[in-house]
Design a binder for this molecule. Structure first.
Ligand SMILES: Nc1ncnc2c1ncn2[C@@H]1O[C@H](COP(=O)(O)OP(=O)(O)OP(=O)(O)O)[C@@H](O)[C@H]1O
Ligand SMILES: [Mg+2]
Length: 382
């Protein structure tokens, strides 16, 4: 019985990836030990490349999450250790092999965080959150790719105020750029495909294939983050992303209403069963504060927090219903760019993402840096 559970856990942990190396933590030899007692309490020992690994929080959370997804596991204790020299050289060998095997199919730089904005339900504000989050991330000087994976109901060009046609150069589609503060947005959407007949041709393709082409045939080479807006409903797109961008982190959007929260929970459950990584909840359309001073919780209260608790991920923000948000969307000027309250809310989300949940390449650097150091040392010896 416990042997079965240990096997199930190992299998599940094999789907957890080192955020930098991209490989399975089991294949990379990072999972030292897995034990489960009769009561279903799991103890997992993970060896990191360095004690000070800035991604330790992320790895620990992913391991915990994966373990809890195994039926029969009642508690999870993750202990993090540091690799000994033998383990490090095994990791180096396997990481090299992995890098050779994983010829990149996208133009994203290795390790670039991908954030998918997901929910089971339509109309909860996914696109609004995607647009504002992308603008908030860009504002601080970053280059943010925005992929509108809602092939039929695309809305991001309008929400982000970009227009014009997508051009190809070097055999790749060039997303449409817009400067935001010190940074840039690079937007790719079905809504920007120039020729109507071209758009029709695309629509004729199965949706997954179209999204795959958006990922693979576009130039995302210089983006620090890729933000993906998804269509309502679970299913195909999430699976496609899981396959072609396995590092994708899903942010689940819900309204405070119980019904929306249940649908969002179903979407998250689906994501988890499919080994997709859910990293946080954003509650949208939270209580409306009227200029008269009264607060109206039009869509109920507490949906975001209870969903976050259920999923054991943080509630990253509760975005109230505000005219500035819908108006900003209509104008193509996301509210984060000129409404101080909305900007402050998204700034806390950006801080959490950048410092902890999904650090940009370069800010992370434990395994990759270590490998570089080892390689240099080996070169010096030779
Ligand atoms: N916090 C908010 N305050 C006011 N209006 C909002 C807020 N969030 C979203 N809206 C408005 O609600 C409507 C629906 O939002 P949005 O299109 O982002 O939802 P969606 O989840 O992407 O929908 P779909 O499932 O159709 O793609 C839009 O008109 C948007 O401007
Ligand atoms: Mg939408």
């Amino acid at each position: 019985m416990t042997a079965d559970l240990v096997n199930a856990l190992r299998e599940r942990l094999a789907a957890v990836r080192d955020p930098e190396l991209g490989g399975s933590i089991v294949e990379l030899g990072m999972v030292r030990d897995v034990e489960v007692d009769e009561a279903g309490r799991a103890r997992i020992e993970v060896a990191l490349t360095t004690v000070a690994c800035p991604l330790r929080g992320t790895i620990e959370r992913d391991v915990r999450e994966a373990a809890f997804a195994v039926d029969g596991v009642t508690a999870v204790d993750v202990s993090l250790g540091t690799m000994d020299p033998d383990e490090k050289s095994t990791l180096l060998r396997r990481a090299r092999r992995l890098a050779q095997a994983q010829a990149p199919t996208t133009t994203l730089a290795p390790g670039t965080p991908v954030l998918a904005i997901t929910s089971g339900k339509g109309g909860v504000g996914k696109s609004s959150v995607a647009a504002n989050l992308a603008a908030a991330l860009a504002r601080s000087g970053r280059t943010i790719g925005v992929l509108d994976a809602d092939i039929w109901g695309f809305s991001l060009p309008r929400l982000l105020g970009v227009s014009g046609a997508i051009e190809a150069s070097g055999g790749k589609m060039q997303p449409i750029e817009r400067r935001v503060g010190d940074g840039r947005l690079k937007v790719l959407s079905m809504g920007s495909l120039a020729e109507e007949d071209q758009a029709l041709l695309w629509r004729g393709l199965v949706v997954q294939r179209a999204v795959q082409q958006f990922v693979e045939d576009a130039d995302w080479s210089d983006v620090d983050y890729l933000v993906i807006d998804t269509p309502p409903g679970t299913g195909d797109i999430a699976m496609t992303l899981g396959r072609i961008l396995p590092q994708t982190s899903h942010l689940i959007v819900t309204t405070p209403a119980l019904a929306a929260q249940r649908v969002a929970a179903r979407a998250a459950d689906f994501a988890r069963k499919s080994n997709l990584r859910v990293v946080g909840v954003i509650e949208n359309m939270s209580a409306f504060a009227c200029a008269c001073g009264e607060v109206h919780d039009l869509f109920g209260v507490g949906g975001g927090q209870s969903l976050a608790d259920e999923l054991r991920v943080p509630l990253l923000a509760s975005i109230p219903l505000r005219r500035a948000v819908s108006h900003g969307g209509d104008l193509g000027e996301p509210a984060v760019l000129d409404d101080d309250d909305t900007a402050a809310l998204y700034a806390t989300v950006v801080d959490r993402l950048v410092s902890d949940i999904a650090p940009p390449v370069g800010a992370a650097g434990c395994s990759a840096r270590l490998i570089h150091a080892i390689e240099q040392a080996v070169d010096e010896v030779n």
